[in-house]
Ligand binder design. Structure first.
Ligand SMILES: C[S@@+](CC[C@H](N)C(=O)[O-])C[C@H]1O[C@@H](n2cnc3c(N)ncnc32)[C@H](O)[C@@H]1O
Length: 195
């Protein structure tokens, strides 16, 4: 399957999350906030759509990380450097911007499936299992005044995510939101302000 979006054509393979409203909303939110000098990391790059859009429309440096080896290959085939890893465990150094469209759906044991698409969707029992781990670690990899851009859903309890971010020292801003049927999607920025 192929997708064409913002000067970017990408190919998606079956074991990889197919870009959807959440992917497009995060890409749209990220683009105007990027400086050409930025070093950017995309966690959970999936097909590489968001990273490829950034690469093709800015001069920023971007690299993707995904736990799914098929996603890493897909991202590379779509023209963006990528490495396999669990969140930021394989990363050294600091970034101006870290982007993440995480698995955010509350998922119980019966709903869990034994395939790579589960890794794209399964946010644990409350939807925030991966998000909470990410928020804790991302702080260590931001430059002064560096930011994360995180996609969250009303299914994830947005207020809980914001309160976790505040407790970890992020300055929190809502960047944009869209409603799709019964779900609201929101992009939240979290800035590690230099003290
Ligand atoms: C909702 S998909 C988003 C994919 C792509 N960024 C997009 O927006 O179309 C979430 C992605 O996060 C990846 N992922 C899940 N847990 C991860 C982890 N612990 N470390 C790295 N990537 C992870 C999944 O494999 C999946 O590719």
């Amino acid at each position: 399957m192929n997708i064409h979006f913002k000067n970017t054509r990408i190919k998606i393979t079956p074991e990889v999350y197919e870009p959807a409203e959440d992917s497009f909303l995060l890409a749209e939110a990220a683009l105007p906030r990027i400086l050409d000098s930025n070093r950017i990391l995309e966690i959970g790059c999936g097909s590489g759509l968001i990273s490829a859009v950034i690469k093709n429309n800015t001069k920023a440096q971007i690299i993707g990380i995904d736990i799914n080896p098929h996603a890493v290959k897909c991202t590379k085939d779509n023209g963006v450097d990528a490495i396999r890893g669990d969140l930021l465990s394989c990363v050294k150094g600091k970034f101006d911007l870290i982007i993440f469209n995480p698995p955010y759906l509350p998922t119980n044991d019966e709903e869990r499936t034994d395939d790579w698409i589960n890794a794209a969707l399964d946010g644990g029992n409350n939807g925030r299992k991966i998000i909470d781990r990410f928020l804790l670690k991302a702080r260590e990899h931001l430059v002064d005044n560096g930011r994360i851009l995180l996609l969250v859903s009303s299914f994830t309890d947005i207020e809980e995510v914001k309160s976790k971010m505040l407790s970890l020292g992020y300055f929190v801003e809502e960047i944009c939101k869209e409603r799709y049927n019964f779900e609201e999607l929101l992009v939240i920025a979290g800035t590690m302000v230099k003290k």
